[in-house]
Design a protein around this ligand. Structure first.
Ligand SMILES: NC(=O)c1ccc[n+]([C@@H]2O[C@H](COP(=O)([O-])OP(=O)(O)OC[C@H]3O[C@@H](n4cnc5c(N)ncnc54)[C@H](O)[C@@H]3O)[C@@H](O)[C@H]2O)c1
Ligand SMILES: O=P(O)(O)OC[C@H](O)CO
Length: 331
């Protein structure tokens, strides 16, 4: 079925989603980019040189900073900006977003100030409409050029998740539907924090055993956190949980893993962020997870040590030793 789909955000994810959708020729795909000069550059060169270099954008995609042109008659609007940008972007575009459009989030984070999830922010800003959130292993660099991937589309309203599932599925992308929106969004946010820990381990050259330990015990933390918040534990054993955790902790593409790797190699967070164009959501999410864990007295040792390294000036080696020296317990 033909859809008119607007992707909000000229970053790696917005650009990659546009290319994924353009495979299905009946979709009318628009990419809204905040900065007019940059929108023009992408539209002319057919490449997002800053955030997704080396990927040619399909000719059929309209790239524009003109909100009216991007959103006119759109029946699906996909939010692809970082958590910290959602309020700004939606507030700016609100009057152009059609009231009937299905709202979709590709965002993986938890807002620092309110501790709410992207779908909740979108609903706060646009009213109580169904929101569908993507989760699962989906590096923009790979899906943008048609390498096979599987993701989940989750919503409290399964029929809406299924609409997005149909629209995005093609020979290269297989989309599963899911009705645990809470679990899928929490899994996507949490895995970024664990990926920073995995990167720290890489930076310290700890090897494969340490990485496997972080993935496995990180997953245990994610499940513990999710259950406490009311999510379905099984969600964390699916694509949005273990699937994305494996991809992000192991990938050379991952910005979160890379931040951790550079921390492990001795750089400061300030140095890393100053040199990085792209957003590593886990840096911000680590704060939100820490606040929620403290409030609910949840035991999140890996996430806590990531927070300590990021914001409390703790050295990665000391954080590792303190993780290892915790009281022994059954698995
Ligand atoms: N890159 C991926 O592989 C990938 C995959 C799945 C999900 N995601 C998620 O998608 C979201 C966007 O990630 P991305 O990879 O496209 O990021 P990115 O860093 O590549 O691009 C972010 C885009 O948002 C804009 N932006 C940044 N801060 C903003 C702000 N405060 N207000 C308004 N706009 C702002 C930037 O100008 C840029 O166009 C994140 O939540 C990320 O976790 C990314
Ligand atoms: O590059 P990262 O670390 O933001 O991860 C991107 C995606 O979330 C992987 O699924």
């Amino acid at each position: 079925m033909a859809n008119s789909i607007c992707l909000l955000g000229g970053g790696a994810m917005g650009t990659a989603c546009a290319n994924v959708l353009a495979v299905e020729p009946t979709h009318d795909v628009r990419l809204w980019v905040r900065n007019p000069a940059y929108a023009h550059e992408i539209a002319e060169s057919r490449e997002n040189k800053r955030l997704l270099p080396g990927v040619r954008l399909a000719d059929s995609i309209l790239v524009t900073a003109d909100a009216e042109a991007a959103l006119k008659n759109a029946n699906m609007v996909v939010v692809c900006v970082p958590t910290r940008g959602i309020r700004d972007v939606i507030t700016t575009l609100k009057s152009h977003i059609p009231s009937e459009a299905l709202l979709v989030s590709a965002v993986k984070g938890i807002e620092n100030e309110t501790l709410i999830r992207p779908s909740q922010m979108i609903q706060q800003l646009l009213g109580d409409r169904p929101v569908v959130a993507f989760g699962g292993p989906c590096h923009a660099e790979e899906v943008a050029c048609g390498r096979p991937a599987t993701v989940v589309a989750a919503s409290d309203s399964l029929p809406h998740a299924e609409i997005v599932q149909q629209a995005f599925s093609n020979n290269n992308l297989r989309v599963y539907s899911n009705n645990d929106l809470l679990g899928v969004e929490l899994a996507g946010a949490l895995k970024n924090v664990i990926a920073i820990a995995a990167g720290i381990s890489d930076g310290l050259q700890f090897g494969d055993n340490a990485k496997a330990a972080l993935i496995t015990r990180g997953l245990a933390e994610m499940v513990r956190f999710g259950e406490a918040m009311g999510a379905v534990p099984d969600t964390f054993y699916g694509l949005a949980g273990i699937g994305d955790l494996i991809a992000t902790c192991g990938s050379q593409h991952s910005r979160n893993r890379r931040v951790g790797e550079l921390l492990g190699q001795g750089q400061s967070l300030r140095e890393i962020q100053d040199a990085m164009h792209a957003v590593a959501e886990g840096v911000f999410t680590a704060r939100s997870i820490q606040s929620i864990s403290q409030e609910r007295q949840l035991d999140m040792p890996i996430a806590q040590e990531v927070f300590n390294v990021l914001f409390e000036n703790k050295s990665p080696r000391t954080a590792t030793i303190e993780l290892m020296q915790r009281p022994l317990k059954p698995e």
